[in-house]
Design a protein around this ligand. Structure first.
Ligand code: TYM
Length: 344
């Protein structure tokens, strides 16, 4: 069976974008794929994290995975720092990848600008090398599919570039050891369906993110029903009614965002949603969207709170996941050490 890997960074409270772009889509893959879902705590510390927050958010993501329907017996659920091979392989990838590749990453450029300019003393070396660790996450398991939101696409292209260059640089050693020439697979991004780029509720040109300043712009997974309703009610929209078809959403980013969210939450296509709501006003659509969002997120939040109350149980799940992840990662890493020429 094909293997998928994906991860979420514990660097803030989980929001609707994380749910729709990632977590929601992890669940059905359990039927068709071997699934590895990680809490990427080592990625989180590329920008400063209060240790207590890091820990809390790590548990929060693991709880969200399980509460959303991931079965920790079936899928591997763990946090990255418990499998040291991620760090080890990322170092080797740091030596395979090129500075120029990293410098072109738009996420790096955005975050560097936020932190005070590209040459600033404020940017960690880890932030620059971030995609190299991400490639290590995926390739350590030779995963062929990666379900993510649209914003991770460029990182996945770089993952392919690293795999290609490794396979090429060590062609002779890979062959001599009797491996397939494609030692590391060329990973496919899995970015399909509506809501692959959920926008801020206050600004249809910006993505919803863990670190948004405006409280009303982001629906968090642990928001209660009243707060979800309030945020949707106050969401920015244009004054026109909803269009009859998806084409009518062009040039209307706020409308496109809200309809995309509705489609993703209801498991319907954008056109199906518009065949119900086309021609109606926001006064009709927004309450329907709030009810839908509350009916999907409410039970997940309740289950998350229940899970988060028992850290010992969460620790046991993460430890078990880490052991099973390591059982896959360790033999791959052993092959890599031999290929590179490290003496054991
Ligand atoms: P992170 O933690 O920023 O986001 C986690 C997942 O949520 C998706 N996402 C969104 N999807 C739709 N709309 C949004 N507004 C939105 N915001 C976030 C992201 O696309 C992602 O799928 N670098 C990754 C974490 C990572 C990873 C990996 C992912 C590390 N190693 C290996 C896959 C495979 C990140 O920062 O995601």
């Amino acid at each position: 069976t094909p293997r998928v890997f994906s991860g979420i960074k514990p660097s803030g409270d989980l929001h609707l974008g994380n749910y729709l772009g990632a977590i929601r889509r992890f669940v059905p893959l359990q039927q068709t794929h071997e699934c590895i879902y990680c809490v990427v705590d080592m990625h989180a510390i590329t920008v400063w994290q209060e240790p207590e927050d890091l820990r809390r958010w790590t548990y929060e993501i693991a709880a969200a995975y399980i509460a959303s329907g991931l079965d920790p017996k079936r899928s591997i659920i763990f946090n990255q720092s418990q499998v040291v091979e991620h760090a080890e392989l990322s170092w080797i990838f740091n030596c395979v990848a090129r500075m120029g590749w990293m410098a072109r990453m738009t996420q790096f450029k955005d975050k560097a600008a936020e932190a005070g300019g590209e040459n600033s003393e404020a940017i960690s070396l880890g932030l620059f090398a971030y995609p190299s660790l991400m490639a290590a996450d995926i390739l350590l398991y030779k995963a062929t599919g990666v379900p993510v939101g649209e914003d991770q696409k460029q990182h996945l292209e770089l993952t392919r570039d690293i795999a290609k260059k490794f396979n090429h640089d060590f062609k002779k050693q890979i062959k001599a050891a009797g491996h397939e020439p494609e030692f590391f697979p060329l990973t496919e991004p899995m970015i399909t369906g509506p809501a692959m780029r959920v926008k801020s509720l206050k600004d249809g040109t910006r993505k919803m993110s863990k670190s948004d300043a405006s409280d009303l712009s982001t629906i968090y997974m642990l928001d209660d029903a009243a707060l979800i309703a309030k945020k949707i009610k106050r969401a920015t929209t244009d004054p026109a009614p909803l269009p009859e078809t998806a084409e009518g959403l062009a040039g209307r980013p706020e409308a496109e965002n809200l309809v995309g969210i509705y489609a993703a939450l209801s498991g319907r296509s954008v056109d199906e949603v518009l065949s119900e709501f086309g021609g109606k006003g926001w006064g009709v659509f927004k309450p329907a969207l709030s009810d839908l969002a509350v009916s999907v997120l409410g039970p997940i939040a309740d289950e998350m709170r229940r899970l988060l109350a028992d850290r010992a149980e969460m620790d046991a799940i993460l430890r078990d996941g880490a052991e099973r992840a390591r059982a896959i990662a360790a033999p791959v890493m052993k092959d890599v050490r031999d290929i590179v020429g490290f003496v054991r």
